[in-house]
Design a binder for this molecule. Sequence first.
Ligand code: ADP
Length: 361
Amino acid sequence: MAQLSLQHLDKIYDNKVQAVYDFNIDIEQGEFIVLVGPSGCGKSTTLRMIAGLEDISKGHLILDGKDITTLPPKDRDMAMVFQNYALYGHMTIYENMAFSLTLRKEDPNIIHKKVLAAAEILDLTSQLNKKPNQLSGGQRQRVAMGRAIVRNPKLFLFDEPLSNLDAKLRGSTRREIMLLHKRLGATMLYVTHDQTEALTLADRIVCMSMGHVQQIGTPLELYDNPANLFVASFIGLPPMNFFEVLVSGDKLIGPHFEAEMNPEQKDLLASYQGKHITLGVRPENIAEGGTIPVKVSKNENLGMNTLVHGHIDGTAAEGKIVCKFRGWCDYKDGDIAMVSFKKMHFFDKETTNAITREAQV
Ligand code: ADP
């Protein structure tokens, strides 16, 4: 049985704004779930409903088989880590980490053991006598996690915990959270607008847009088989390129280019012959050499790769394209790079859903 089930959760705020529509997921014990989507899509609202900080307008929340839809936050056995750490400035790191246990009047010996164990896991042992303002942002975020760990909760909830850290610290703290998850084996729910965090941290990602769940799946499923145009454009960086193309015989005819289909792709698109679809191609699935002419406007060397920005030669805005080539390239503005598409994604223009074999059965 799932540890946490969200069953048809809706959130309608008092001002009639509906922030979440019919959210369903079964989360297993030990899973790391990341809710990802642009600002305002309903991620925090969902997390706050789970924590009990917002009322659930409709639906049910089941934790370990028990309906907790209306249970007060303090009885839910969950610990939340926020982006602004929310540490007490006048208390030491030790006191901050011990605070919730002291409040619950736990045995001081047990509190001491739990704080030391959490400090050890988080490499904070030498910081315990300091005040929060003597610590770096990354260390403060680890203290916030320590406060959650000492409570040994059924569920960890993270609300954009890395967004106040600079880029380098974000990377290292992200890796610490991954290790923490492995070490504790705890169930974690993590909210972020950053697709990189979602891809690197999640066992499963829930991608949201405008209050609606768009797709739930492993990082690879969302990357390789995005369910619709929204997920395709949100997951992956730089984002997928999109072109409107005509399906014609074994060719896709785009603005000033043609791409060949293999028999399998032709078969997949059989019912779209003579119609327009949206073709999606990830920058990293474009290779040098081929028949598609890209007029270069910018050559960005990243070391291992080169991002080549431009447009399909002969087109204007609709032919914009970003290619990610291996190694170091030296294209100049105005050069023509001849390219080919190594992997293509197809989307229905009307529904914006991915065209898949399953959808046609
Ligand atoms: P996210 O976490 O994805 O950025 P939120 O869950 O914070 O999104 O917000 C989802 C939607 O709900 C937004 O349109 C936001 O303006 C609205 N919203 C959030 N909190 C409230 C509130 N307390 N009252 C009314 N509307 C709110």
